[in-house]
Design a protein around this ligand. Structure first.
Ligand SMILES: Cc1ncc(COP(=O)(O)O)c(C=O)c1O
Length: 403
């Protein structure tokens, strides 16, 4: 699998891409450029459409050196020509939808996804005259049947939050090509280390960089990586016009985190494997869904598609009532793991999500789609983001909380 924009090894890339010594001071560590505006010596145009990759810095909503450094690092890690950093992962999702969809267009979206994306697609886009079909992306026949003449975008998420169901990106990318649609993928759960989305045929790869890429739970941000052409369209529309850009302070923090991403992902995977195996062997746990386990329903796809299984585990402890009881015990008993939303941090985080609540607020699945969800994930799920602590300490914590 090729990484089109990477000539060095992955560790070297993570550390050095976008972070050369500072040209004005020779500082080895990157400075933070906070200036909102730049002194200019030419009569540069002031339209989003005047911006080219060679344009001098004019105003930080157009481009900022610290943010540009992070964008170069993420593009190099994901193997794309370019990247747009955004104010949050949600801003990255909206940037994709609002740059590439117009009234009368049709979007096919995963019927299970990060709840914010699910709600944006189901509630906001139809108000803008965009047709939306939420489908089970692990069922190729269903995706094929959903394609319409006006399908412009297929938006996937793999592994999907919160149930770790996988999408076969190669197959979906073939369908997108045939339909003349773009394929975007939210690869937040996998990180750039887990999915070589360029080789798998994805046009636009988005991340909540709040998660693995930043890695330390101290900065919210988002990113979309893709071809220079597609990213320049997004920079003009979503960045300059809609204005959801990343601040230089957050870009600096997230770039520092991203420098150790390859090492951290190896450790997340090792820790999650140990915890998932322990959970699976425990009789108090009724189901464990982790792409690195032989029991994952799509284990062959996981092996073929993922180069790192990440640190995200979904598990169940019986009925929804059992889940609620154990969640309460977690709140009272956990010492190391934080009972909190979010994921991909160095600290382990766990959160319980009831199927009924998720359906009412976010996914709104019925009939066969609801059945598919329940068959895969049961009734209520714990989402555990395994951090970088010692696996024995996490296991001891879970053991006490499971009571
Ligand atoms: C898969 C996925 N995509 C997008 C988002 C949204 O990211 P943010 O919270 O940075 O807006 C999240 C947040 O949890 C997520 O898990």
């Amino acid at each position: 699998m090729s990484k089109t924009n990477r000539s060095a090894g992955i560790m070297t890339t993570a550390i050095h891409a976008g972070d050369p010594p500072d040209a004005s001071t020779n500082a080895s560590a990157p400075p933070i450029h906070v200036s909102s505006t730049y002194v200019t010596d030419d009569l540069a145009g002031f339209s989003a459409h005047d911006l080219t990759p060679d344009s001098p810095y004019v105003y930080s909503r157009w481009a900022n050196p610290t943010v540009a450094g992070l964008e170069a690092k993420i593009a190099a890690l994901q193997g794309t020509e370019a990247c747009l950093a955004t104010a949050s992962g949600m801003a990255a999702a909206s940037a994709i939808f609002f740059t590439f969809l117009s009234a009368g267009d049709h979007l096919i979206v995963s019927d299970v996804s990060y709840a914010g994306v699910a709600e944006l697609a189901r509630e906001t886009l139809p108000r803008m005259g965009i047709e939306v079909s939420p489908v089970n992306m692990s069922d190729l026949a269903v995706v094929t049947a959903a394609i319409r003449p006006n399908t412009r975008l297929i938006h996937t998420e793999t592994p999907v939050n919160p149930i770790n169901r996988l999408t076969d990106l190669v197959e979906i990318s073939k369908l997108a090509r045939q339909a003349g649609a773009l394929l975007s993928c939210d690869a937040t759960f996998a990180s750039p280390l887990g999915l070589d989305t360029v080789a798998l045929g994805v046009d636009l790869t988005m991340h909540s960089i709040t998660k693995y890429i930043g890695g330390h739970g101290d900065a919210i941000g988002g990113a979309v990586a893709g071809s220079a052409y597609l990213i320049s369209k997004m920079r003009a529309e979503a960045g300059i016009h809609h204005g959801g850009i990343l601040s230089p302070f957050n870009a600096w923090l997230i770039a520092r985190g991203a420098s150790t991403l390859p090492l951290r992902m190896k450790a997340h995977e090792a820790g999650a494997t140990a915890v998932a195996e322990w959970l699976e062997a425990d009789p108090r746990v009724s189901r464990v869904i982790y792409p690195g386990l032989a029991s994952h329903p799509q284990v062959e796809l996981a092996k073929r598609q993922m180069s790192n299984m990440s640190g995200m585990i979904s598990f169940q402890v019986g009925s929804a009532a059992d889940g609620e009881r154990i969640a309460q015990q977690m709140i009272e008993r956990l010492n190391v793991i934080h009972y909190a939303v979010s994921l991909g941090h160095h600290r382990s985080l766990v959160f319980w999500m009831g199927t009924e609540g998720l359906m009412e607020t976010s996914f709104k699945l019925q009939g066969a789609q609801l059945e598919d969800y329940r068959n895969f994930a049961g009734d209520g799920i714990f989402r555990l983001s395994v951090g970088l602590e010692d696996a024995e300490d996490l296991i001891a914590d879970l053991d006490a909380a499971l009571g």
